[in-house]
Ligand binder design. Structure first.
Ligand SMILES: *[C@@H]1O[C@H](CO)[C@@H](O)[C@H](O)[C@H]1NC(C)=O
Length: 238
């Protein structure tokens, strides 16, 4: 089982390893994500033109030659290791300059992620009000729990939570799409990750051998006390 899967994963582009952000035709979708994790913004128009303007509100510019951004053959936009500075409006149009789809993405800084484990009694962040002209509420909007990392034995699962701001009677918005150029200093303004224990039975139709790679073999040096391990194709969204 392992060998064919391994070949398959080499022959496919790394698309399957990334999450695809979708939005209905001619619509604008707002979404919070975390920086440092690859995503693809969908636009099903092969000759698409993508424009970007950041939250600082400069004029939109054509995205063609940014080092971590690539237009895929089908028209979608691939962002590799996106940064908080890439928070803003992504506009996809057709060759007649008509809107196909627009995304307002808040890439929340993965370096400020507040990580807690339920089983260790660690508490997620509390709601907080912030005074910005009026009072606004800062809270965490949680995603659903992700799959358990094991089956048939105790495992762990995680969920992501994004920083959102809510004004009285208004729809909540991702924090940095709300704040824009405004400088607000609060340690509450950060995304979260929560972990908990899980125990799920194995569903044999779903369980396939996962492909794995050995990229390198490295001898730990006794003198080096810190080390950075990168897991290729890993994503915080899965
Ligand atoms: C925090 O605020 C959100 C959004 O208004 C609300 O849904 C949630 O229940 C609040 N949580 C607590 C603990 O008050």
């Amino acid at each position: 089982m392992l060998a064919p899967l391994w070949l398959l994963s080499l022959s496919l582009p790394t698309l399957w390893a990334q999450i695809l952000i979708r939005c209905a035709y001619k619509s604008l979708c707002q979404q919070a994500l975390v920086s440092g994790n690859d995503v693809v913004l969908q636009c099903d128009y092969p000759k698409s033109l993508w424009y970007f303007s950041s939250i600082l509100g400069e004029d939109p510019f054509l995205l063609s030659s940014m080092p971590n951004i690539k237009k895929l053959p089908g028209g979608s936009l691939q962002l590799t290791n996106p940064q908080p500075s890439q928070t803003g409006l992504y506009h996809c149009q057709d060759s007649d300059n008509a809107l196909v789809v627009e995304y307002e993405i808040d890439f929340q800084d993965v370096n400020t992620l507040h990580i807690t484990h339920k089983g260790l009694g660690q508490k997620p962040l509390q709601n907080e009000t912030l005074s910005l002209g009026g009072h606004v509420l800062i809270f965490t909007q949680w995603e659903p729990w992700q799959d358990c990392n094991r089956c048939g034995e105790p495992g762990e699962r995680k969920r992501l939570g994004y920083c959102y701001v809510e004004e009285p009677l208004e729809k909540a918005m991702p924090c940095w799409l709300y704040l824009r150029a405004e400088k607000a200093r609060s340690s509450r303004l950060r995304p979260e990750l929560q972990v908990e224990a899980c125990l799920v039975p194995c569903e044999h139709v779903k369980e396939t051998n996962q492909p794995y790679f050995i990229f390198d073999i490295y001898q730990l040096d006794k003198m080096t006390n810190t080390m950075w391990l990168t897991c290729p194709l890993a994503s915080i969204y899965r």
